[in-house]
Design a protein around this ligand. Structure first.
Ligand code: ATP
Length: 369
């Protein structure tokens, strides 16, 4: 239980548009907490990422990691840069290291259409899309990161890892999320997405899902294969509620989900563990648009809203939950009043979108997830 009213937030802006979307995000967080009151935010800005690696030889300095470890929450922009790589040719991605270091197994990636945006799919039901992809974020095929082998320039190998310990917590998290969403009109369905018809590791994944489903009989438990899920996400995504899947599959499905709601700049995420959590947009550093004020900060702002809600629920501070809902309400209101990011063919850049959200924040009502 927290004894003071200040949440310390480790802020890791990172590289490229990560830095550009973080700046308005901190202003919006500050404005939301000031309007609601009852708690404070102390931002502890730290270096990490590809430019940090280029300049210091270290991608995630000890001091940054220590600050993240002791913070109440971690807010991250985006990290990596195509031309800056480790000696083995792989990209700099401390955001993945943080997930492993802090055991952030539940990658929560909401797919929610914003008001007054033109749906990508023609069917009008996609205007009200609202489902969540939970990407397991510590093992699966990514367990092989840095450990894969190529034999004699002839054969490449990477190994998938699925553990009971992580799966049990992941599935319980998914059922609890579906239960919480049902209070706000959610369907109360969790769908396990796998390839259990082909791989032993996925058959095991599904077996554990069924075991945990039996402990949550109030929630409907479904199964779907990954290939069919990709089809359904395009054909009838409005039927989903909570999807839970392996790391690599979740990586791909969450980008598909982002595509359904306008692009990467609309897709927030939270990587949640038992103690720590990192909140960051799903997107990368977008070198193609960096430095042009073209980045859509919406995903970053909605990730910050998720952070406040998580902090408020964890520490029993309703004001923080309300401030998170207020940010979501302000984003919705700004879109309803016609902001159009470059990403969807509009003319509103990072600065203008931030200005309009800050303006909306003065008057809007909080919006539930
Ligand atoms: P990573 O592998 O690091 O996650 P990525 O390869 O998925 O990154 P992104 O950096 O996410 O690539 O960019 C993918 C595309 O989406 C690019 O064309 C980029 O310009 C666009 N994009 C990403 N984020 C935003 C944003 N916030 N606003 C506008 N466009 C964006």
């Amino acid at each position: 239980m927290k004894t003071n009213d200040t949440f310390r937030i480790a802020v890791l802006p990172g590289d490229g548009i990560g830095v550009e979307v973080m700046q308005p995000c901190l202003a919006v967080l500050e404005a939301a907490s000031n309007r609601i009151g009852g708690f404070r935010l102390a931002f502890d800005r730290r270096e990490a990422g590809a430019l940090c690696y280029r300049d210091t030889g270290v991608a995630l300095p000890e001091a940054s990691l220590a600050a993240a470890r002791t913070a109440d929450a971690i807010l991250l922009g985006a990290m990596g840069w195509p031309e800056i790589r480790y000696a083995d040719g792989t990209e700099i991605s401390p955001q993945i290291d943080l997930r492993i270091e802090f055991g952030l197994y539940a990658g929560v990636r909401p797919v929610r259409a914003l008001p007054s945006t033109t749906p990508i799919l023609a069917d009008q039901r996609s205007k009200a899309l609202d489902f969540v992809v939970i990407r397991e974020s510590t093992e699966g095929l990514f367990a092989s990161r840095g450990k894969g082998t190529v034999l004699d320039d002839r054969e490449g190998r990477d190994t998938m890892v699925i553990t009971r310990d992580v799966c049990e917590r992941l599935f319980d998290f998914a059922f609890e999320l579906a239960r919480a969403r049902r209070k706000n009109g959610g369907k109360g369905i969790v769908t396990c997405v796998d390839k259990a018809n082909v791989f032993a590791s996925f058959a095991f994944f599904r077996k554990i899902f069924d075991e945990r489903a039996a402990l949550h009989p109030d929630i409907t438990a479904n199964h779907a294969y990954i290939d069919a899920t990709a089809l359904f996400m395009v054909r009838k995504p409005w039927e989903f509620d909570v999807l839970v899947t392996e790391n690599m599959f979740g990586d791909i499905l969450s980008d598909l989900g982002a595509g359904l709601i306008g692009g990467m700049g609309f897709a927030p995420s939270a990587d949640i563990g038992d103690e720590h959590a990192v909140f960051q947009p799903c997107h990368g550093t977008a070198p193609d648009i960096a430095g042009q004020d073209k980045a859509n900060p919406t995903a970053m702002l909605l990730s910050a809203a998720m952070m406040l809600e998580w902090l408020g629920e964890k520490h029993d501070r309703q004001q923080a939950v309300t401030a998170g809902q207020l940010i979501r309400g302000a984003v919705d209101s700004a879109f309803d009043r016609g902001i159009r990011p470059f990403e969807i063919g509009g003319r509103d850049g990072t600065t203008e979108i931030a200005r309009r959200v800050l303006e909306a924040l003065k008057t809007v009502e909080p919006a539930t997830a």
